[in-house]
Write a protein that binds this ligand. Sequence first.
Ligand code: NAD
Ligand code: LMR
Length: 332
Amino acid sequence: MVKAVVLGAAGGIGQPLSLLLKLNPDVTELGLYDIVNAPGVAADLAHIATPAKVEGYLKDDDGLQKVLTGADVVVIPAGIPRKPGMSRDDLFKTNAGIVRDLATGIATTAPNASVLVISNPVNSTVPIVAEVFKKHGVFDPKRIFGVTTLDVVRASTFVSEILGDRSLATSIAVPVVGGHSGVTIVPLLSQSSHPLPPGFGGSDLEALVKHIQFGGDEVVKAKGTGSATLSMAYAGAEFANKVILALKGKKGIVAPTFVHLAADKAGGEALKKEIGTDLEYFSAPVELGPNGVEKIGGIGKITGAEKALIAAALPDLKVNIDKGVSFIEAPK
Ligand code: NAD
Ligand code: LMR
């Protein structure tokens, strides 16, 4: 029995993500929550002939508490998206408070659930969830994840295009580490399961890295009114499905995700040494298990250029993480 909950379920990501979770036969209960339209979305999805029982709640009548009761996995795509000209950090002002309030609900009603944070800026919203959980005395770093899967999905897609065979896209795996915004997104293309063509390098490689780092900006520019929703729903469901499979006992599932490095003390400390940082959060390849993070993997062998990308990511990451942490101490 697995209860999955989507907070922000009526939004651009929330609706297709809820659809994809409804299609997962391992989900037996699907709880939807939003400040608008969640009961309607639930009524619609409830007619799909898959096992999950679907319920939708609004804020009134303790909707958040009701939806979170018994939750095993909570996915959070609630909050405003970017418009052209905005950075993810520009969303902090609005989304930090939304995520804080939702995290408070989870800490009090479903403290043992795995929490998958999609709301931007992920580099700050994950520390916000963690700090709220600390305040409530229920912090378990193994169960809080920043969803960076869209960067991994983009990397696979773009590499398949360069290899001239899109049918490879689903089997190509490229670790993407660091965080989820601009230069904090660090694709380790030298570790691609399917190597780039011989001689691919220089400005072509730099352009590919930028394409992955700023893929979100491309979508924001093309849409003009918001950011990636459908590809994010796909990526969010991919990651949630992995968390659910691991919860049910499947071994050996590894995915990059933005976590508190205390989630695996030995792995986290080794990673800090490897990249030369004392940051508390980083997106790394994580092995998932029934209790969430099982093992934080290292970076492994990378090129000099990739080392430089990691070094360039660290200052921004620090600023983003500190901002999230201090928001709970000193809300603005
Ligand atoms: P959207 O505006 O279409 O949907 C957001 C939903 O959140 C809306 O339905 C809104 O009513 C709801 N909401 C707002 N406040 C709420 C609250 N307090 N409780 C519950 N629900 C609330 O936006 P979207 O395009 O779905 O994007 C959502 C978030 O996801 C944005 O912050 C965006 O930047 C982020 N995002 C992250 C990634 C990633 O890779 N992690 C990718 C794409 C988008
Ligand atoms: C993305 O990478 O598409 C998301 O983080 C949304 C955005 O603002 O770019």
